[in-house]
Design a protein around this ligand. Structure first.
Ligand code: 6PG
Length: 465
């Protein structure tokens, strides 16, 4: 019997949709899920596609052509280690396992090493685009050895999203690089979502826009420089009504945000690598703050805010849009700076231009801004920080006054805008030739003899303060 080309393990929504996408591009599949019901359901839906079900890992491995190519779409963490340890005894050198979940990049580095010692190829692959992306074309970030990548390249190229003729899948680099890049993608995603939420809050509370007006504003924004998937879906959200009450659904949703950890990992990695990503951090902390609903409900009666300021007119909307765009630029700049440092630290030789290129389609942070990011790396692929590229420098120079004014307005109104303000502080710190850290050095030396360097002489100094 002819063997199947690709195996997929894990048929929850992402795995199922990715399997259908692969089959739609003419590949034959064998699929396996721990509980057979999901396998049966997929087979029922498979509709003439070349997919067979396997009800044990042995059966799956047996159904595949050699070298076997198996895609794991199981929950990040233990489930991945578990699947790998059950698969390894069934595989032969030259076979490949791809992990398509949101795994931590350090786990991927560990797993690649362990499998490579056994001669099994491993590809830690970030996949972005949610359910719909998995089915219709996600952005794909494969990391591993080049030989591992070559084994799946034709499949990944075909199933990825397309921007014009270009596919949104590219070889990222060795071991954990694919999952690192996906993690940073998610960190940027958190930051952009928080920035948008702050803009919404300002429009709602300072200008008093209705949801219908909010829809119009975000729709307009999506037609200009703010164009991007997250802005577009936000515009859409304001049109949705709750069927039972007829009210806008967004107004009925509890303001307590969930998170699965990739934003937190981004901050942890940024601390380990010594790269500031304050807007991403602000976004993660604000989700945490939002989840403390009960405490906030009590504190609102205890802690006073400012007197209600005067409302702003509709003209102010434009300034909010510019502030938002500035914040978004700083968020991408932080994420790309983090990738730059990781690339050097881990010897990954990341092509930031190509990464920006594949982020343009299929993924959650796709946005027109990425074309400017690509051009920036085209002009200078050694760019230390995106905001020093001419395009971004111009935008920020032009918009910074409005960013300040919008933040001032929000602060005077007592609205919390941690992402916008951290973006501005990032901009201000980065452009400051002199920071007040001379004083911190003096304090460190004062209480702990930690020493300091001077601006007028070489050497290391300590003072009896
Ligand atoms: C994507 C998304 C995806 C997932 C987020 C949600 O790129 O397709 O980022 O990976 O939806 O991880 O994360 P939170 O639940 O942490 O918001």
């Amino acid at each position: 019997m002819a063997k199947q080309q690709i195996g997929v393990i894990g048929l929850a929504v992402m795995g199922k949709n990715l399997a259908l996408n692969i089959a739609d591009h003419g590949f034959s599949l064998a699929v396996y899920n721990r509980s057979g019901i999901k396998t049966d359901n997929l087979l029922k839906e498979s509709d003439g596609r070349d997919i067979i079900g396997a009800y044990s890992l042995e059966e799956l491995v047996d159904a595949l052509e050699v070298p076997r190519r198996i895609i794991l779409m199981v929950k990040a963490g233990e489930a991945v280690d578990d699947a790998i340890s059950r698969l390894v005894p069934l595989l032969s050198p030259g076979d490949l396992i791809m992990d398509g979940g949101n795994s931590h990049y350090l786990d991927t580095i560990r797993r690649s090493k362990m499998l490579e010692e056994k001669g099994i190829y491993y590809l830690g692959t970030g996949i972005s685009g949610g359910e719909e992306g998995a089915l219709k074309g996600p952005a794909i970030m494969p990391g591993g050895s080049l030989s591992a990548y070559r084994l799946l390249e034709p499949v990944l190229d075909k199933i990825s999203a397309k921007v014009g003729n270009e596919g949104c899948s590219t070889y990222i680099g060795p071991d954990g690089s694919g999952h690192f890049v996906k993690m940073v993608h998610n960190g940027i995603e958190y930051a952009v979502m928080q920035l948008i939420a702050e803009a919404y809050f300002i429009l709602k509370n300072v200008i008093g826009l209705s949801n219908e007006e909010m829809h119009e504003v975000f729709k307009d924004w999506n037609e200009g420089e703010l164009n991007g998937y997250l802005v577009a879906l936000t515009a859409d959200i304001f049109t949705k009504r709750d069927e039972a009450s007829g009210r806008h659904l967004v107004d009925l949703i509890l303001d307590s945000a969930g998170q699965k950890g990739t934003g937190k990992w981004t901050i942890q990695a940024s601390l380990d690598l010594g790269v500031p990503v304050p807007t991403i951090a602000a976004a993660v902390y604000e989700r945490v703050m939002s989840s403390m609903k009960e405490e906030r409900m009590q504190a609102q009666f205890l802690l006073k805010g400012p007197a209600k300021p005067d409302n702003k007119s509709r003209d102010f909307t434009e300034a909010v849009g510019r502030a938002l765009y500035s914040g978004i630029i700083c968020a991408y700049a932080q994420g790309f700076a983090l990738m730059t440092k990781a690339s050097a630290e881990y010897g990954w030789s990341l092509s930031l231009k190509d990464i920006a290129g594949i982020f343009r389609g299929g993924c959650i942070i796709r946005a027109q801004l990425l074309n400017h990011i690509m051009s920036a790396y085209d002009r200078n692929n050694e760019l230390a920080n995106l905001i020093t590229d001419g395009y971004f420098t111009n935008v920020l120079t032009q918009y910074q006054a409005e960013l300040r004014m919008v933040i001032k307005t929000a602060i005077s109104a007592g609205l919390s805008v941690p992402a916008l303000s951290s973006a501005l502080s990032y901009y201000d710190s980065y452009r400051s030739g002199v920071l007040p850290t001379n004083l911190i050095q003096a304090q460190r030396d004062y209480f702990g003899a930690h020493t300091y360097r001077r601006i007028d002489k070489e050497g290391i100094f300590h003072t009896q303060w």
